[in-house]
Ligand binder design. Structure first.
Ligand SMILES: C[S@@+](CC[C@H](N)C(=O)[O-])C[C@H]1O[C@@H](n2cnc3c(N)ncnc32)[C@H](O)[C@@H]1O
Ligand SMILES: [Zn+2]
Length: 677
């Protein structure tokens, strides 16, 4: 199958595929009452590798199994009500027992009633996203409350070794605990209880309410959670779920357009400490309201699933949504992270605000970023110098950055000016091909390593807190190893395919860079990534040395090809490929779960629920639409132009892009099985 075809259809097909399979699975489950089925163990429905056994129980099984609190009011009913929204619903008003044909899904500590039709969005593959969010906001709240002298009690947590970390920005409040005279914290906030000094969360796009309910049942230190959706069916179900889980004292369901709700809350000076945006596709339309409605130093948690757009399939659409051109490159997944950060910062800048990223993760078919938002005119002036354009050579993938602004220090003051450039000539100095221009993108660190370390330490002291904990720990460990001052990366397969030679092992290549005196790291966003502070000329010298040891047939190279130009130059560096002990990163040595295999057929974004129920286009319809297209493309030779991103090849993420120009034939398509009938 042609790679360009994959790129064109993968997103759409996978958007719909999840639903078809889930719907089939739910029907099957309902057809066999009395049988408890776990999504993780079915023979024909192989398990997500890091997902726990999730019980999908037919309603018959669940009747009478509502949590104790479900039918009664919680002793500590919250007085929190949205002052702005006439539409806010009383969570208790429409609660009822699970009805015939409905299914209860358990995830984390929540149990969610799910109707048999896909009237309300539920995507089980986003469990990692929800687990990670619970882990991150727990640490955020721990820091916020410890500054007020309040400790949080996380069930299952052993005594956490305190890690000193300063989350403050400029002169903002420090994050150190404020112990009393005995050195002990003054108060303890427990899970499931209203903490009057705790945080107020908005889940702006809440669907079934699962995420908000998980917050209420798994994260301590909450004052209130507002679970909002503009679908009345979603809100109706959400309210029942809130009641069903006995969290009506913490979670208020709200029926409103998320933007209006955020603007109103901002206007009424009632900002949220945490805002979670988890939309279908792009969050772009919600960003302006979100950067305003979040409190000072508050946390925005943002998902983007429009990876085709963000990873370069449609640069012009990316520009219209995020104010940045995306380009196809092996680094597209990290570039997507940097584009959303750029967009968030730019929108915040309009209101004299700016972002400070805590964590930015690329996973499966989506990206998820956690950023704090602060106000400060002086810091906003530095924003232009935090963004960069990227020049990417279409022949060899060499890339260079061009910052948009320059910030120079003069004693204790800073001077801001336009940056000078460009950093490249009219064509690539290595292969003589042209450059594509991408960005602007965020060019500063993606993560706050100290904060990520806190999340890791907390997880380490609380084994089994989350179903996807192994993967969270693996990904975050990689995140802490990433070179924070090196945007984007190269990949080994792209470097070697450019010069048509075989590929050195990761350890050999990393050793060569270390021997030459440079730093190198992997990236959580791509399996074969090489992040290094070595200039591109050094990378190509290393590849030239490798080619001398593993010669390619020069006579076969066209004299205009990138390989010909690169190999025509003598290396100035004598690379050593002797493997060094420090070439193997800790997360790799420890065998942590860093990249997950494609856990099931049709893994990917789920179909958008249609207003009034159902999904917009079935997978089968989509399939018919695209029938035989793969064959046609394979025959027209178009597949010779690009090789796909490994993530697609290995099936660990939908929406992976073809990234690197290559004369190599494209690999065979990823095979997907039909859902059992
Ligand atoms: C991807 S789902 C949310 C999933 C949920 N966060 C979770 O973790 O299970 C997106 C939801 O956003 C809702 N939505 C879309 N546009 C909206 C808007 N402008 N205001 C409020 N809700 C909206 C949809 O009805 C849908 O239920
Ligand atoms: Zn080049």
């Amino acid at each position: 199958m042609s790679c360009s075809f994959i790129t064109a259809v993968t997103q759409d097909v996978l958007m719909k595929a999840e639903f078809a399979l889930l719907a089939w699975f739910m029907r099957r489950c309902i057809r066999q009452p009395g049988r408890t089925v776990t999504t993780g163990r079915g023979r024909r429905f192989p398990p997500p590798k890091d997902l726990p056994a999730r019980k999908l129980c037919p309603s018959k099984d669940m009747e009478g199994q509502c949590p104790q609190e479900a039918n009664g009011s919680h002793p500590e009913q919250s007085e929190e009500r949205l002052p702005t929204s006439d539409l806010a619903m009383d969570a208790g008003s429409c609660a009822g027992p699970v009805q015939t044909g409905e299914t209860v899904i358990a995830e984390g500590k929540a149990k969610i009633i799910f109707p048999s039709a896909n009237e309300v969005f539920y995507n089980p593959v986003q469990e990692f996203n929800r687990d990670l969010t619970c882990a991150v906001i727990t640490e955020f709240i721990r820091l916020q409350l410890s500054a007020k002298g309040i400790q949080i009690a996380v069930p299952g947590e052993e005594k956490v070794e305190k890690v000193v970390v300063d989350l403050s920005e400029g002169e903002e409040a420090g994050s150190e605990p404020a112990p009393d005279e005995e050195g002990a914290a003054r108060a303890v906030a427990a899970v499931g209880e209203v903490c009057k000094e705790g945080v107020r969360i908005l889940e702006a796009l809440a669907a079934s309410g699962l995420r908000s309910i998980r917050f209420a049942k798994e994260v301590p230190g909450l004052r209130a959670v507002v679970a909002n959706d503009f679908s009345s069916k979603a809100v109706e179900l959400m309210a029942r779920n809130v009641q069903f889980n006995g969290v009506g004292h913490l979670v208020t369901s709200s029926l409103a357009d998320a933007r209006m709700l955020m603007y109103q809350q901002k206007a009424e000076k009632h900002p949220f400490d945490i805002i979670d945006l988890d939309p279908y596709g792009s969050p772009a339309t919600f960003l302006d309201a979100a950067v305003q409605a979040v409190s000072e130093g508050g946390l925005l948690c943002v998902t983007c699933t429009d990876m085709a757009v963000m990873a370069g399939n449609s640069g012009e659409t990316c520009y219209s949504k995020y104010g940045a051109m995306s380009i196809k490159g092996k680094f597209c997944h990290e570039m997507a992270l940097r584009i959303i950060l750029h967009s968030l910062d730019l929108r915040a800048n309009c209101y004299q605000r700016y972002i400070v990223p805590l964590l930015a993760v690329s996973a499966d078919f989506y990206i998820r970023v956690f950023v704090r938002v602060f106000t400060g005119q002086a810091t906003v002036k530095a924003s232009a110098s935090k963004q960069a354009l990227v020049y990417n050579c279409v022949g060899c993938g060499t890339h260079h950055f061009q910052r948009l602004g320059k910030m120079t220090s003069h004693g204790s003051n800073f001077k801001y000016s336009a940056a000078s450039g460009p950093p490249v000539g009219p064509s690539c100095e290595h292969c003589h091909q042209r450059h594509q221009l991408g960005g602007p993108m965020w060019a500063e660190p993606l993560h706050d390593p100290a904060f990520v370390q806190r999340v890791l330490s907390a997880l380490g002291s609380n084994p089994g807190r989350f179903g996807t904990q192994d993967r969270i720990q693996g990904v975050l460990s990689m995140v802490t190893e990433e070179l924070s001052d090196v945007p984007l990366y190269y990949t080994l397969d792209c470097l070697s395919s450019t010069i048509h030679c075989n590929t050195p092992s990761l350890l050999q290549f990393r050793s060569a860079l270390l021997h030459a005196g440079y730093r190198v790291s992997l990236s959580h966003a791509c399996k074969n990534a090489i992040k290094t502070d070595a200039p591109p000329s050094v990378l190509w010298d290393i590849m030239r040395c490798w080619e001398r040891l593993h010669p390619v047939k020069r006579e076969r190279l066209s004299d205009t090809s990138p390989a010909f130009h690169i190999l025509s130059v003598e290396p100035t560096l004598q690379a050593s490929f002797t493997v060094r002990e420090d070439a193997n990163p800790k997360s790799r040595k420890q065998g942590l779960k860093r990249f997950q295999e494609n856990p099931e057929a049709y893994w990917g974004p789920k179909a958008r629920a249609k207003a009034g129920g159902g999904i917009s286009t079935s997978l089968q319809d989509k399939r018919k639409l695209h029938q035989n297209k793969r064959k046609e493309r394979a025959e027209d030779g178009g597949h010779l132009k690009n090789i796909p991103c490994k993530r697609l090849k290995e099936g660990s993420g939908a929406g992976a892009e073809k990234c690197c120009p290559s004369p190599e034939p494209a690999p065979e398509p990823v095979k997907t099985d039909s859902p059992p009938q």
